[in-house]
Write a protein that binds this ligand. Structure first.
Ligand code: DP6
Length: 330
């Protein structure tokens, strides 16, 4: 009974974005995505089984989670229990080293760590593909954080069980590409709209959504080729256009979903200036105002300095490719 497991996972930043679900219950994306898992901001999660009759408890950074956050974790535990044929409740304790809901992908590291720890605690032996499918049910971006460095997540084919089986992440072997990702945190506050709700609205109302999804296919194959060449300029250009396109589809939703703030635009301007000054620096943004700037390791200090000066109150941290999720105890 006193079974417990602890796992660690890192966030990932998509270079080719996932935005929109074709099946909300199974969390099946409309588009394939490709990301880099980071070496910073780990999430450490412990899942401990408790005696029957008790309620599940969910601790998030030392305080009891409530509302939708708690509901998502409990629904995820229910899924793990169903797969394991078990019924014991659990005590979940999650520690993030990055503010949650700030658009810094804490749901990716969170559900990747929860998948690994939850599967171990309930005695489920899952291979990495099955773990990534499980993590996807919590948050589709989490499927990619099961793997380190570069990972692709397939939108899968078909519907129902066929879609569930074919939508998973896997590593993209990239030998000699090790860029820096400078993260400009312009505002660590919670997002105005959850990405879940924003995605639904974008898919349902944005006249640009279909064409972005279509162009994303071409971006993905261009990206795979650029990664294999280790061509930072091409990787950056494709990532930047893919992200700006995603934000354009959101801006065209009714009502508009706008995550980008004046500070975001100021940082984007500084990235353009860096390029005019001869640096390879390219921006990508997720469901929040923060900007992640891809550049050469050798230029990271200069890039960090420049973006830091671009927006008042902006804090900067530099990441690079990091490890996949793993079990620490259990
Ligand atoms: C903009 O994975 O957080 O960061 O599946 O609803 O939990 P849910 O969404 P989530 O969305 C991530 C969106 C994104 C792009 C990306 O990471 O691919």
């Amino acid at each position: 009974l006193d079974r417990g497991a602890t796992a660690v996972a890192h966030p990932n930043i998509a270079l080719i974005k996932y935005w929109g679900k074709r099946d909300e219950r199974l969390v099946i994306p409309y588009v394939d995505s490709l990301s880099m898992t980071l070496n910073i901001f780990p999430t450490v999660t412990t899942v401990r089984l408790v005696p029957e009759g008790q309620a599940d408890t969910v601790m998030l950074d030392g305080t009891s989670a409530s509302g939708e956050q708690r509901q998502r974790v409990i629904a995820f535990l229910d899924l793990v229990r169903e797969m394991a044929g078990r019924t014991e409740p659990a005590a979940v304790d999650t520690r993030n080293s990055v503010p949650t809901a700030a658009g810094l992908a804490s749901s990716a590291s969170g559900f990747a760590a929860l998948a690994v720890a939850g599967a171990a605690a309930y005695g489920l032996a899952l291979d990495p593909t099955a773990l990534s499918r499980l993590a996807r049910r919590g948050s589709a971006s989490a499927a990619r954080s099961i793997f380190g460095a570069f990972a692709i997540c397939y939108a899968g084919r078909g519907v129902g069980a066929a879609a569930d089986l074919s939508s998973y992440a896997e590593p993209v072997p990239v030998a000699k590409f090790d860029p820096a990702l400078v993260i400009a945190m312009v505002n660590a506050g919670p997002k105005p709209v959850s990405s879940r709700a924003a995605m639904r609205r974008t898919v349902g109302t944005s006249p640009l959504y279909r064409s972005w999804a279509l162009s994303s296919k071409a971006d993905l194959s261009d990206m795979q080729a650029a990664l294999q060449r280790g061509d930072l300029e091409a990787v950056g250009e494709i990532a930047e256009r893919n992200a700006l396109g995603m934000h354009a589809t959101m801006l065209a939703a009714r009502p508009a979903v706008r995550y980008l703030s004046p500070a975001t635009v100021a940082v984007l301007d500084s990235v353009l200036q860096l390029r005019r000054d001869g640096f390879a620096a390219y921006a990508t943004m997720d469901a929040g105002p923060n900007v992640k700037v891809l550049c050469h390791q050798a230029d990271a200090a200069r890039v960090a300095d420049t973006v830091h000066g671009a927006a008042a109150g902006c804090s900067v941290v530099t990441a690079r490719r990091g490890p996949g999720a793993r079990l620490l105890i259990g």
